[in-house]
Ligand binder design. Structure first.
Ligand code: GRF
Length: 201
């Protein structure tokens, strides 16, 4: 039985599409997308999911308590039989109840080499800081922002003529490689955590 992924997104969904493509081409085996969920009904990523014939559900957060909204998301994930949750541009912090419902089963992608530059506009932060190497990180989600154990990272060299935008575009290319590879690693059962280090068994 393939593992069932639940994708959470708030925006354009290019990482979701990279995961879907990796599944479709067989690069990411033994997985299927069970549902795409969003806190925003007009997220372009939801429309993209519908175009691909995938279940796409909006659970609006506006005006609701975080724990209550998250409980509804968790219920939907369970209803669709999800066993791995992938945050892909999901612009909300998860409540402790959500994190505890899927122990070591929630992943996130962040466009910096964590722990540098957590939070919003990470690529701009890195560019403004003057780093010469930037990149992206796929990590487990815990209750702190962009903080859980790292699954894998990919680096990007900053060029002399880069702008924050051109750098972000090159990081995004790496994100699209990194996320399916990280999912494969987690599903393979060949890796485990040694403290915060995620290494082959
Ligand atoms: C990506 O840069 C990802 O690293 C960050 O949010 C952005 C989402 O982009 N968490 P997309 O919606 O997957 O295109």
């Amino acid at each position: 039985m393939p593992h069932r992924l639940g994708i959470l997104l708030s925006g354009r969904g290019s990482n979701f599409l990279a995961i879907a493509d990796a599944i479709a081409t067989g690069k990411l085996a033994n997985a299927e997308i069970a549902v795409v969920l969003s806190n925003l009904a007009n997220a372009p990523g939801l429309a993209a999911a519908r175009e691909r014939g995938l279940p796409a559900v909006a659970i609006e957060a506006a005006g609701r308590k975080r724990a209550e909204h998250d409980a509804e998301i968790v219920a939907a994930l369970c209803q669709y039989g999800v066993d791995l949750v992938c945050l892909a541009g999901y612009m909300r912090l998860l409540s402790p109840g959500f994190v505890q419902a899927f122990p070591q089963r929630i992943l996130n992608i962040h466009p910096s080499l964590l722990p540098a530059f957590p939070g919003l506009h990470a690529q701009q932060q890195a560019f403004d800081y003057g780093v010469t190497v930037a990149g992206c990180t796929v990590h487990f989600v815990d209750e702190q922002l962009d903080h859980g154990a790292i699954i894998l990272q990919r680096a990007v060299t900053v060029a002399k003529d880069d702008t924050a935008e051109t750098l972000a575009a090159r990081i995004l290319v790496e994100e699209h490689q990194a996320y399916p590879e990280a999912i494969e690693r987690v599903l393979s059962d060949k890796y485990r955590l040694y403290g915060r280090r995620y290494l082959s068994k």
